[in-house]
Design a protein around this ligand. Structure first.
Ligand code: NAD
Length: 246
């Protein structure tokens, strides 16, 4: 059984969706949690409801990432778990996407993992665990999402490279690849593509388990990877997608 008693954790993108559900589950399982997010209003509200500490943060900015890690270490006396989860999507082809949007997606989805981890790793001891959020579209391609697919493919292999580098220090690094999950991002995709949310959700449920994911489905898998039950799991890429990529 996964327990996170006494673990000190950071969750990025914790104001909504998968990050929020994971922060809530971490607290339920006994962890102390810093919730980091760009959205101050929803971030503070989430932290209050869950019982964590909110730190406003743009994960694409080094100074913000440094402050998030420093806050966790100051408040909790150390750091055991980092969930690099903040992410954004732009539904465009290479001929449609602007250079600014390309750079933003790569910065928020990929560079952020390097930034957060470079401050977090030196504060973690043996037994430390980093979980990065990839996507089904980090394993296979998808239409009109070039920057997102490129970024999530990068997250998958960045995870493996980090697992090799930090394994000797006893730090595990894994990646979860959610399938379509009922969060603000999925509704935002429908909006960007100009499709009605309802039919977009129905199409997204077309997978062997016959439904889209709930944020809690993903959170359960993250909690497993974060905790000591996964003590020998590192460099793994775990699809949590109702067999969508199978
Ligand atoms: N929802 C899905 O279907 C799905 C599928 C596969 C992967 N994912 C991934 O899951 C992760 C979480 O997404 P979600 O679905 O919960 O979406 P969401 O939009 O509900 O949550 C994303 C959170 O990240 C925050 N954020 C965005 N930019 C940020 C920045 N620069 N700095 C700090 N925080 C920032 C947002 O404010 C938001 O609270 C993302 O990495 C996403 O790519 C989602």
């Amino acid at each position: 059984m996964t327990m996170l008693t006494g673990k000190r954790a950071i969750v990025t993108g914790a104001a909504s969706g998968i990050g929020r559900a994971t922060a809530a589950l971490f607290v339920e399982l006994g962890a102390s949690v810093v919730l980091a997010d760009l959205d101050e209003t929803r971030g503070r509200e989430a932290a209050e409801e869950i019982g964590g500490v909110f730190v406003p943060c743009d994960v694409a900015k080094a100074r913000d990432c440094e402050r998030v890690v420093a806050t966790a270490v100051d408040r909790f006396g150390g750091l055991d778990v980092l969930f690099n989860n903040a992410g954004i999507i732009r539904r465009s082809t290479v001929t449609e996407i602007t250079e600014d949007d390309w750079d933003l997606v790569m910065a928020v989805n990929v560079k952020s993992i390097m930034l957060m981890s470079r401050y977090a790793v030196p504060r973690m001891g043996r037994g430390g665990s980093i979980v990065n959020t990839g996507s089904g579209w980090g394993i296979k391609g998808g239409g009109r999402a070039v920057a997102y697919c490129a970024s999530k493919g990068a997250v998958v292999n960045l995870t493996r490279a980090m697992a090799i580098d930090h394994g000797p220090a006893g730090i595990r690094v894994n990646c979860i690849c959610p399938g379509d999950t009922d969060t603000g991002m999925l509704a935002e995709e429908a909006r960007q593509l100009g499709e009605p949310v309802e039919s977009f959700y129905t199409a997204a449920a077309d997978r062997p388990l016959g439904r889209i994911g709930r944020p809690r489905d993903i959170a359960q898998a993250v909690a497993f990877l974060a905790g000591d039950s996964a003590a020998f799991v590192s460099g793994a890429v775990l699809a949590v997608d109702g067999a969508g990529t199978a």
